[in-house]
Design a protein around this ligand. Structure first.
Ligand code: SF4
Ligand code: SF4
Length: 440
């Protein structure tokens, strides 16, 4: 497939990274790439989407990857997958003869093997310099569901109107559903048999990188999981802690042991982020170490420092995240720092998945969450206009208008943006600044 044709198909069908920040997929295409990586690390403890999709749709996903490879004239496709995802690996190997440019690369069973910078290093030995994109080292990384969406966009001109979501944690029947965009979390939890705890809290995303959510929230193109946990679960308690309290606690308790920095996956790859130095600056006065503050821009928000490393139970990730967001809002863009060599201790400081799961108190919730693709009925969809990083789509329908399934309801805006199509036919009953509602 030609570069421009693939780029246009991805854009018009609204394909974005199905998880994470949701970077528009057309904008990743680049002829400087020599390697296309399929990221099937899925290292958030309770996620079960990618491994099951790769096992079931290996041909479709490999076909999409081959189109991408051809469009950018890359040399190879690397399927980066953990050895424990045996069904997925078997499915890929089964189709291997039709895809001579693709090969399987086993990722270590560690967290965060799915962080793009870590995935690229593990799969190719190349380190993406701080603040730069994978293409700076000749790589393009897509995840499994993004490639499945690309396959349907190429072969059927089918826009992205649905999402695979794992509903896990304290629910009766954890499962992975194929649901329309705009379906509320409350309906998803009902599909999973309902909550098993009287007082629950909800996460959109995983225990390490997700955020607190409400039952009325709708699924968007980047929703990988909805997790239910008891309100007093340590993961939830941590999420609910207040910044002022976090700063006071770091002032009184941070012993500068530097375990957070020792285990930081980005720091281990030679990036300048050093959470212990930021914690010292946060508690003693930021002006004393501006470099530690600026270096928060190179944090991946993986959560290792906060959820696993810190022996005092402090919150470096949260505080760093707030600082990083403030710097970004102010448009702070420092000169790219020099990349240091990969730390020689890195092989011994990787965080094993089983240890992480135990530390997070998630062992009772580790189950298969099987894939269910039964068509679902819903009466109402709340479609967010911002579904991914970049500029939100612009609503193109009006209140009272009848729409059909697949119809464009929000067009791409100027700049980095993709459109949104209706997941089902119905009537537009509400239009607000950042969403619209369709009733069936
Ligand atoms: S969240 Fe913590 S461990 Fe992860 S990259 Fe940021 S500073 Fe490092
Ligand atoms: S691990 Fe905790 S106590 Fe140690 S330096 Fe980091 S924030 Fe401070």
């Amino acid at each position: 497939m030609q570069f421009d044709a693939l780029s246009e198909i991805m854009r018009s069908c609204g394909v974005v990274g199905a998880g994470g920040a949701g970077f528009p997929s057309y904008a990743k295409l680049n002829k400087k790439a020599d390697t296309i990586i399929l990221n099937c690390a899925e290292c958030e403890p309770l996620f079960r989407v990618h491994r099951q999709l790769l096992a079931k749709y290996a041909f479709e996903i490999l076909t999409a990857l081959e189109h991408v490879r051809e469009a950018v004239s890359a040399e190879r496709i690397i399927i980066a997958v953990k050895p424990s995802y045996k069904d997925a690996i078997e499915a890929v190997r089964d189709k291997a003869s039709s895809f001579p440019h693709a090969s399987v690369h086993p990722l270590p069973e560690v967290y965060p093997a799915g962080d793009e910078v870590v995935t690229i290093y593990e799969a190719t030995g190349r380190v993406v310099p701080p603040g730069q994109l994978p293409i700076s080292v000749g790589c393009i990384v897509y995840n499994v569901e993004t490639m499945l969406n690309t396959y349907y966009a190429i072969t059927e001109n089918r826009p992205v109107t649905e999402k695979y979501v794992t509903v896990g944690g304290a629910v009766k029947n954890p499962a992975t559903f194929h649901v329309p965009l705009g379906m509320r979390f409350s309906e998803l939890i009902k599909l999973a048999g309902g909550e098993t705890e009287e007082n629950s809290a909800y996460l959109s995303g995983g225990a390490m990188t997700g955020r607190l959510a409400s039952l009325s929230e709708p699924v968007i193109k980047t929703t990988n999981a909805v997790l239910v946990l008891p309100e007093n679960h340590p993961v939830i308690v941590k999420r609910k802690s207040k910044t002022t309290l976090n700063i006071k606690r770091s002032m009184s308790s941070c012993c500068q042991c530097s375990t957070c920095t020792d285990l930081c996956p980005r720091h281990l790859l030679g990036h300048p982020i050093q959470p212990h130095l930021f914690m010292r600056a946060a508690s003693k006065g930021m002006e004393r170490d501006i470099k530690a503050v600026i270096n928060t821009l190179y944090c991946a928000q993986c959560g290792i420092c906060e959820m696993y490393a810190c022996p005092q139970g402090l919150a470096p990730k949260t505080l760093i995240g707030e600082c990083r967001d403030a710097l970004r809002r102010e448009g702070v863009k420092p000169e790219p720092p020099a990349l240091k060599p990969v730390n020689s201790m890195r092989p011994y400081r990787k965080v094993q998945m089983n240890r992480l799961i135990a530390r997070l108190g998630l062992t009772p919730y580790v189950v298969k969450a099987p894939l269910s693709e039964t068509p679902l009925n819903t009466k109402e969809l709340k479609i967010m206009l911002r579904q991914n990083i970049g500029v939100p789509a612009v609503c193109t329908v009006s209140k009272g208008e009848k729409v059909t399934a697949g119809q464009l309801i929000a067009k791409p805006a100027e700049g980095l943006s993709v459109g949104i199509c209706a997941p089902a036919g119905g009537t537009v009953t509400e239009i607000a600044k950042d969403y619209l509602v369709i009733k069936m």
